[in-house]
Design a protein around this ligand. Structure first.
Ligand code: HEM
Length: 262
């Protein structure tokens, strides 16, 4: 990374062995200059040791007190989706048809509905896979010497895990550069989770906001599609879905979207 050598953990099994089976060893965070500049070295994302442990505990407790992953949070997000609907107002695409058939256009979706909306759930997963916002996660750091798979990773090495499914797991089996919800569906159209799909990473340092982010993604997308048809002013072919910048993150391009009330 820059002039610094980096240990890159490649392959789902290897990533899991490091982040989950040797969780404590791999829980350090590297002083990534970009993150360091944004945080000035403070806060949960960049810190290490006892300071990080306390902030992580505090953050998780606060997010849970705030209702993350609970029923109450579900109703807040539903409420927020309704406001989004007021702000914005699709053609009968498969996703919209599934939503119409299962919950209709008036009732607010709940997280329970996810089971009955396999196609919608697959589209959301495929969008996260395809967009691949943080392909190498946020780099970790060895805070002491680590022995991993017989190798010694010396103290203060930057270690990063390739959490992108695209290169490793999908490559030989699927079409990674194509957006296709079938990547998350079995042949009968049931949702088919993929254990290697870890966009929020894994282990002790994994994203603290995962339950909240998952809830928001599902409830927002379903609510918006219940009420609007989305289109591109110059037709779908005018939209370039490749990232505008790719480095530590894949940053999507900005484009105009027309939301037509149904
Ligand atoms: C789709 C949305 C999101 C994605 C894909 C995402 C992804 C990630 C990833 C890959 C990491 C690094 C994990 C690691 O180092 O192993 C991370 C860390 C983190 N995320 Fe998220 N995240 C999302 C939303 C959120 C939300 C909504 C919150 C807050 C409520 C949040 C708060 C954090 C924090 C505080 C960390 C640092 C944790 C630590 O260093 O201990 N994220 N996230």
């Amino acid at each position: 990374m820059g002039l610094q050598r980096v240990v890159v953990l490649v392959g789902f099994e290897t990533v899991k062995e490091a982040l989950v089976d040797q969780a404590e060893d791999f829980s350090g965070r590297a002083p990534v200059p970009f993150v360091y500049k944004a945080t000035r070295g403070y806060g949960i994302v960049i810190s290490n040791g006892e300071r990080w442990r306390q902030m992580r505990r505090f953050t998780l407790t606060t997010l849970r007190d705030f209702g993350m992953g609970r029923k109450k949070m579900e109703s807040w997000i539903q409420e927020e989706s309704k406001h989004l609907v007021d702000l914005l107002r699709e053609n009968k695409y498969k996703m919209q048809k599934e939503i119409d058939d299962v919950i209709g256009q008036t009732r607010s979706p709940t997280m329970e509905d996810r089971k009955s909306l396999p196609f919608t759930n697959a589209v959301i997963h495929e969008a996260q896979r395809f967009l691949d916002i943080t392909p190498i996660s946020v780099p970790h750091y060895s805070t002491s010497d680590i022995i991993f798979k017989g190798y010694i990773i010396p103290k203060v090495s930057v270690v990063t895990e390739l959490i992108s499914l695209n290169v490793i797991y999908f490559y030989h089996r699927f079409f990674p550069w194509t957006f296709n919800p079938n990547h998350f569906l079995d042949k009968n159209g049931n949702f088919n989770p993929n254990p290697a799909f870890i966009p929020f990473s894994s282990g002790k340092r994994a994203c603290v906001g995962e339950p909240l982010a998952r809830m928001e993604l599902f409830l927002f997308v379903v609510t918006l599609l219940q009420h609007f048809t989305f289109s591109s002013p110059e037709g779908p072919d005018s939209v370039d879905i490749s990232p505008e910048f790719s480095s530590f993150g894949n940053i999507p391009r900005k484009y105009e979207l027309v939301a037509t009330p149904r």
